[in-house]
Design a protein around this ligand. Structure first.
Ligand code: URA
Length: 172
């Protein structure tokens, strides 16, 4: 039986080998940041330009705002774990399409299974829709308790959806 960090290293390799058209235009793969033993896992949408260059999620302006939001509840980036729905930057920061989301989703599900957080924070409508299997928008989903279900991995994890910090910057 492999240890958690060995399983995560294997997952990283599987992600790198994934077939996804976003790889053709991206500079780096962007997988995760933070504490893999954290009880809270945040999942965003997709890497932007800064993330693509750094190979790390949420390091641009939206990331700086997210850090403040996390700070206001007495946590810090080092104490949470963070990933995205897709692992490569969509060209021009467009929204990832269904095909791109679906090609990454099996490994995002595995990622959640390996981290086993007590709480999932779905950052923005793409993460919320993709993982709560709903067509409802973020305005309807936020402020409510949800559950993330994965029958295959036998997971039921409390989940919350929040406005994406990039959306909050455009709509302060
Ligand atoms: N926005 C996201 O959703 N994820 C990132 O990693 C950066 C910006």
């Amino acid at each position: 039986e492999l240890k958690k960090n060995e399983k995560l290293a294997k997952l990283h390799q599987e992600i790198i080998n994934l077939e996804c058209n976003l790889k053709d235009t991206a500079t780096n793969v962007v997988i995760s940041d933070g504490d893999s033993d954290s009880r809270i896992m945040f999942i965003g949408e997709a890497p932007g330009a800064k993330e693509d260059l750094a190979g790390k999620p949420f390091v641009g302006d939206a990331g700086l705002l997210l850090n403040k939001m996390i700070g206001f509840i007495g946590l810090s980036r080092e104490k949470i774990y963070i990933s995205n729905i897709v692992f490569w930057r969509p060209p021009g920061n467009r929204t990832p399409n269904d095909k791109e989301i679906l090609s990454c989703l099996p490994l995002t599900r595995k990622h959640i299974y390996l981290i086993k957080p007590k709480l999932l924070i779905l950052v923005g409508s793409i993460a919320a829709k993709s993982l709560l299997k709903t067509k409802d928008g973020i305005t309807k989903l936020r402020g409510k308790e949800h559950k993330y279900y994965d029958d295959e991995y036998k997971l039921i994890i409390p989940a919350r959806a929040i406005f994406h910090p990039a959306y909050l910057m455009r709509n302060p």
